[in-house]
Every structure is written in C-alpha cells, then in structure tokens.
Write a protein that binds this ligand. Structure first.
Ligand code: ADP
Ligand code: MG
Length: 512
C-alpha cells in the first residue's frame, strides 16, 4: 500500500539517523577551526561574487548556503545563541556537533536513542549546576568588563587596533546606557565608515546616521539646538493652493504665482516662528520652503529614514509629529550639537541629546572588509559586556569552564543508574571538544594538552591561555580571560537541545 506520493523520499531507521548526524557534524566541523584566539578566518564568496571574510560562527553559517534540514538545525543553534546572548556561537555549534558524534558512538554500542536523550537531559541539568559553581566570586567592575570584552574579541581581526583600546570605548558605552533596569543594549548603535585607520574608531555620545541636509547651502554644524522630528512632508499646509487656477492672461499667471509664493513664504515663516533649529523630516521638503529656512540658518534633513527619525526623537526628547499644523515648541527636543560630515555619503552626528542616553560606536577601518569584521568583533564585545554587567556573573575562559563541567559530569555519572550513565559520560567527553579545539587551533597536540589541562584542573582553575605565540596552562581569571556565565549556559543548553532533537528522529520523509 502506498500512502506517500511517488515523488516523496523516505529514509528511516539507522540510515536516517546517520544522515542527520553526518550533516550536523559537517556543519560543526566547518566552524570549529575558527574557535579561540588563534582560530582562522573564512572567506565566503556569494554567487554574485560578494566576499565576506570572517571568524564569526553565526556569520559563516548565515553566509553558507545550507539546505539539509538537520544541518539547518545546527545553524539555528548559532542563530539562537546570537539572538539571546550574542557571543559564543562557535562554541555552541561545536559542542552540538560533538554531542552528535558521541551519540553516534552510543548508537553503535546499541544504546537506545531514548536512553541517550534522557542521559543528555540529565547531563544538561548537571552541567548548568556545575557552571554555577564555576562562577568567579568577584564583583563585575570596569576592569572585569574590559577583560570580558577583550576575551570576546580576541581572534577576530580588529584591523590593527588592539582589543584593549576598543575595550575601553566599549565599556564606556555600556556603562553610559546602564540604568537601574540593566544595560539598555538597544541604546548602543554601531556605525561603520571605511576610509580611515581602525584606530580612529570612537565613541560618540549620541547618534550617527546616513542623512543629508535638504539643501547644500546650509550651515552644516550647529550647537545647543532645539530639534524637531516631522513624520510627514514639509509643505504648504493649505491644500487649496494646489487647486486649479484658471488663467487667461499673463497678469493673472503672475498673480497666481505670487499668491503661491506668498503662501509658501508664510508657511516657512510659521515654521521659523516655532523657534526650531534643526528639523528631521521623513517626507519631502518643498524646495522654496527649504531655501527660505536655509537662509535663516535652519538645518533641515529630508527623506529621513524612519529608524533614524525614531532614534533622534528618543535621544533628543522630541515627539514625532505627524501633521505640520501641530508643529510647536513643546514637541521639540534638544541636542548639544548637530553636525554633518562628508564621507562617501553625508553622515549626521546628533550629540548630547536632552533625553535618553544613546551612544554610537563609530567604527573606522581601511576598507569595508575591515570595518565589517571589526563591527562583528565589537558587537560580540558589546554583547558580552552587556551580559556580564546585567547578570554580574562571569566564568573562566580558555576552556577552564568546560573542563570543570566535564569533570563534574563524570563524578555525577557514577550515581546515574542504567545505561543513561554512559550518555552522561558521553556528554562530558563532548565538552572536552572546547579545550581540545583551542589547543589544536593554537598548534598544540590536542591529546597532550587535554591530559595536562585535566591534571592541572585537579589542582585548581586552569585553562589554555594564549597570548601572542604562547599558550600556557594557567588560571584564566588571573590572565583576564573570562566569559559571561550566561554565554556558557546558553551554549550548552542550545547545543543539548539541538542534539536531543536530532537524536529522536528516525524517519525522514521529504516531499519533492
Ligand atoms: P565563540 O563564537 O564561541 O565566541 P570564539 O572564537 O570567540 O568563539 O572563541 C571563544 C573561546 O575562546 C572562549 O572559550 C574563550 O574563553 C576563548 N578565549 C578567548 N581568549 C582567549 C585567550 N587569550 N586564551 C585562550 N582562550 C581564549
Ligand atoms: Mg566569541
């Protein structure tokens, strides 16, 4: 009896399992070499020839054209890691791949997938507890945040600036937007502009946006100003003027034009009377009105992006006005300075806004490839610092936390009954992939390194800390190699989730 259409394909049992495992492992393998400070970069070329050079797990997987369903689940691990905590995408995918690898060996030993799933679940719970134990017992001060940022950024090319210099700016940005409710991550923007050395990257206390003034002949820099945000066209308010004019003589035409001009002049006057100094208009600005306003020193931007309008309003305290008739002083915000700088395109800087703290990391670099990768590095730095500042919990990096958790799981395994015990042990072995890979990417023998690291962990906290060409087994916290605890928790959880989900599948039915 056929219940499927002729075109659909079906694989079941071990074939389905091994196909899924292989696909998942292949994805993990493709990002594993980028892990850690000595991880290599990947160059991704799209079918239209665009080139992306990156060390970032989520970006690599996003750029790769993956269409195997099981492989996509690992891509989702990276995506959810990036969405929830920002950093740790390569770690999450690498662990997920290794959990699949271990799962494969367990299957070969005739352990039932359901048993593995239960064991993995048990192991995940125990792992999260072990992370709690690994949390460093110290307040998260600025120095710690800088260490968090440098750890998150090492390995990504920063175009010649040291991560330490950038860490300074990033921590300042995070502290700037910190409120009683935590870090307002959305208040930190990143804007890139190629054409200068990466060292010129700076923190702007305000907004940077790609907008041009409506007219060329305006003052491009003003200080201590009131700012209005208009969500419509800036044009004559009286629609009657557009009405048809029946003209039968030259005189009448002149009259009509004069009347219209008069109307526009009056309109410009009323705008001037509101006392506004800078206007961001999302719609069009009437040319004659723009000319009059420019003559009076008013800085007007037209066709402003709606996101920009929103952030200008938020930062300066302006209300977004939807109707020209409502334009009045009450709705204006303030800024210490607004100025336009010309790069390839004009950029407007709105600084010292009178309302919510908003900051922009203005990222510079020689070329677009440099600024793009620098932006990704900075984003990881900002995200990691936000996590650490919000939760106040950091753990040792350089593989130390994974080693600690693996050790705790092996101890726990002894008390787990039945074959699930083997799955808990397998989970512990899977976590070893992080220190092993860090060693391998640093050019060391992974087995020797793991043996040394395990021995050192018996004595106390130890990881494979790398600086320059050296890699030493020492306490990462003392060397300032630390990660947010939430990044490690999320990596383990999302990896376990994807692996157990794939482990449960024994039948793949695909329609044509
Ligand atoms: P991910 O996408 O998972 O964040 P990364 O390439 O950023 O991948 O590597 C993160 C790992 O590198 C973390 O485990 C972190 O502790 C480790 N790490 C960062 N800096 C160092 C260092 N100087 N020495 C050793 N390990 C480091
Ligand atoms: Mg990272």
């Amino acid at each position: 009896m056929f219940i499927l259409s002729e075109d659909s394909e079906r694989t079941s049992g071990q074939d389905a399992q091994s196909a899924n495992i292989d696909a998942g492992k292949a994805v993990a393998e493709s990002v594993r070499t980028t892990l850690g400070p000595r991880g290599m970069d990947k160059m991704l070329v799209s079918d239209s020839g665009d080139v992306v050079i990156t060390n970032d797990g989520a970006t690599i997987l996003d750029e790769m054209d993956i269409d195997h369903p099981a492989a996509e689940m690992l891509v989702e691990v990276a995506e959810s890691q990036a969405d929830d905590v920002g950093d740790g995408t390569t770690t999450a995918v690498t662990i997920a791949g290794e959990l699949l690898s271990e799962f494969e060996s367990l299957l070969e030993d005739d352990i039932h997938p359901t048993t593995v799933v239960q064991g993995y679940k048990e192991a995940e719970r125990a792992a999260l507890e072990a992370i709690d134990e690994a949390v460093v017992d110290a307040a998260v001060d600025d120095e710690t945040l800088e260490a968090i940022v440098t750890t998150a950024m090492t390995g990504k090319s920063t175009g010649g600036v040291t991560p330490e210099t950038l860490a300074d700016e990033i921590v300042a940005a995070v502290r700037r937007v910190e409120t009683d409710d935590g870090v307002d991550r959305d208040a930190i923007s990143i804007t890139t502009q190629p054409g200068s050395s990466a060292g010129a990257t700076e923190l702007i206390e305000g907004i940077v946006a790609e907008e041009s003034p409506a007219r060329e002949d305006v003052t491009r820099s003003v200080e201590d100003v009131s700012v209005g945000v208009l969500d419509t066209d800036l044009d004559q308010r009286d629609p009657d003027v557009d009405a048809e004019w029946q003209v039968s003589s030259r005189d009448q035409l002149d009259q009509a034009l004069a009347a219209e001009e008069q109307h526009l002049r009056e309109f410009a006057e009323t705008v001037l009377e509101t006392g506004v100094d800078v206007l961001f208009v999302t719609g069009d600005v009437n040319e004659q009105v723009a000319a009059t306003l420019a003559r009076e020193g008013l800085l007007v931007f037209d066709s402003v992006d709606s996101d920009t309008a929103r952030s200008v309003a938020k930062a300066t305290g302006a209300s977004q006005i939807g109707d020209v008739d409502d334009l009045e002083a009450d709705d204006f915000g303030t800024a210490e300075s607004v100025h336009v700088e010309s790069f390839d395109d004009d950029l407007v800087f709105v600084e010292g806004g009178g309302a919510t703290e908003t900051v922009t990391l203005f990222v510079r670099g020689g070329t677009g490839h440099v600024t793009d990768e620098l932006e990704r590095a900075i984003r990881d730095g900002v995200d990691a610092a936000t996590q650490a500042a919000d939760t106040g919990e950091i753990v040792p990096g350089a593989g130390a936390t994974e080693l600690h958790v693996a050790g705790a799981l092996r101890e726990r395994a002894a008390s787990v009954e039945g074959r699930e015990q083997l799955a808990v042990e397998a989970f512990a072995d899977a976590l070893d992939v992080i220190p092993r890979t860090l060693a391998q990417n640093a050019g060391q023998d992974p087995i020797d390194a793991l043996v040394d690291l395990r021995a050192a962990n018996e004595e106390g906290r130890a990881g494979l800390v790398q600086s320059g060409e050296d890699a030493d087994v020492v306490d990462p916290v003392e060397e300032g190699v630390v990660d947010p605890a939430s990044v490690k928790r999320e990596a383990i959880s999302s990896a376990a989730e994807a692996a157990t989900m794939l482990a449960r599948i024994d039948d793949v039915i695909s329609a044509e």
